[in-house]
Write a new protein. Structure first.
Length: 392
């Protein structure tokens, strides 16, 4: 146990989160079982350590552990929690929870056995914490940690502290909001860099970003998808090839029969793999309003623009990048569907958006919001694209 305390102290002492994530204030920390999901690389481990540093420092009432530790190949989580509680432990922060066999059962036993213990754990975006783990239904509160928004990236790079805005605020007051921001910084000076490498916090590391992201993408497939979905290793190459083919095809409706032929599997398996890739936050599926999986999506897009530049940089079309950015930033709190003729997306229950590259020609429709790239300041129903990066 002392080894775990020493490791915790070292990690907390050396944690330097460059951006304080808003999720820190959105979580109800009074809940006894909290799950924080997120795709690989968005900073879940740092988030747990930042919470420990803010609330407890090196106080032994809080302890961070990683289920990769070989200790847990011999001793159970329940045994560990019992010893921790016996020593006065109150908050157990568990990283890589899904690496532990029968993790949901052990969390339930801990929850029932130690009423004075709070557990916060991280998990892959592929995990279905409630749907596939009925033991946790009703007791676990689930939150999602996303990659950096453009706002978070801009705050970090320009030393500002701009707040997030709701979609309604942006639609109604975008001119005033943009003027406030423009008085301090020109967001367009930073926007292209964000599209290329700003979503994943590890861009701050002194390593080649694209190589690091490719490694992360491989881990998403090899660990998050294969391990959690219990897919045999021999199918790994098929899933990787499918992702590559989808990236090369760009944001179009998938030809499932052709894809099945290409990776030598059935149409049904292709659709399952597509769902797994979407769960892993590698792609997004777009449907007409009223339709959903298992129907074939009308469009498949990469989950964020950074992925586009890493997986197939020779074919990155500007319009596709802009659409992907808009989809990704709206995805957190809103439902996006295929747009009607002349529009890009239908959002929620009837908001129409057209995403416009610089110099796009269109006949203004007052019922459509025109979201324009490389526009500093909008007016009426014409809104700068960068401003939607302030939704979270």
């Amino acid at each position: 146990m002392e080894t775990f305390y020493r490791t915790h102290s070292y990690l907390v002492e050396h944690t330097n989160a460059p951006v304080r994530r808003d999720l820190m204030d959105e979580i109800n920390w009074n809940d006894r079982l909290i799950g924080i999901k997120g795709t690989r690389g968005v900073g879940k481990t740092t988030f747990l350590l930042q919470y420990a540093k803010e609330k407890f420092g090196t106080n032994r009432a809080c302890l961070f552990i990683n289920m990769n530790n070989f200790y847990f190949s011999k001793y159970t989580l329940v045994e560990f929690a019992a010893e921790f509680v016996k020593r006065g432990g109150k908050v157990l922060l568990i990283d890589q929870m899904f690496k532990y066999p029968e993790w949901s059962h052990h969390l339930r036993v801990c929850y029932d056995s130690f009423p004075g213990l709070k557990i916060v754990f991280t998990g892959s975006s592929v995990m279905r914490l409630k749907e596939e783990n009925p033991e946790l239904s009703g007791i676990v509160k689930v939150y999602h940690l996303r990659g950096f928004s453009f706002r978070e990236y801009l705050n970090l790079q320009s030393s500002n502290h701009f707040r997030a805005y709701t979609l309604q605020e942006i639609l109604e007051y975008h001119e005033q909001i943009a003027k406030t921001i423009l008085r301090n910084v020109n967001p367009l000076d930073y926007f292209q860099d964000y599209l290329h490498h700003g979503f994943y916090p590890f861009f701050l590391e002194k390593r080649n970003f694209s190589e690091n992201l490719l490694k992360t993408m491989n881990m998403m497939i090899e660990v998050d998808i294969l391990l959690i979905k219990q897919i045999e290793l021999k199918y790994l190459s098929k899933i990787k090839k499918l992702l590559y083919l989808l990236a090369v095809d760009g944001p179009v409706a998938p030809n499932v029969s052709q894809l099945a032929t290409e990776i030598q599997t059935s149409r049904a398996t292709v659709m399952n793999y597509i769902k797994y890739l979407a769960d892993a936050r590698l792609i997004n599926m777009v449907y007409p309003k009223g339709e959903e999986f298992p129907k074939k999506p009308c469009k498949l897009m990469m989950h964020n623009t950074n992925l586009m530049y890493s997986i197939y940089p020779v074919k990155v079309e500007e319009q596709d990048v802009l659409d992907t950015f808009f989809m990704n930033t709206m995805y957190k709190d809103h439902k996006l569907y295929r747009g009607d003729k002349g529009t890009s997306f239908l959002v929620d229950n009837g908001l129409h958006f057209r995403i416009c590259a610089q110099g796009s020609k269109y006949k203004n429709n007052p019922n459509v919001y025109y979201v324009s790239h490389k526009m500093e300041l909008g007016h009426d129903n014409q809104i700068p694209l960068w401003l939607f990066g302030f939704l979270y």
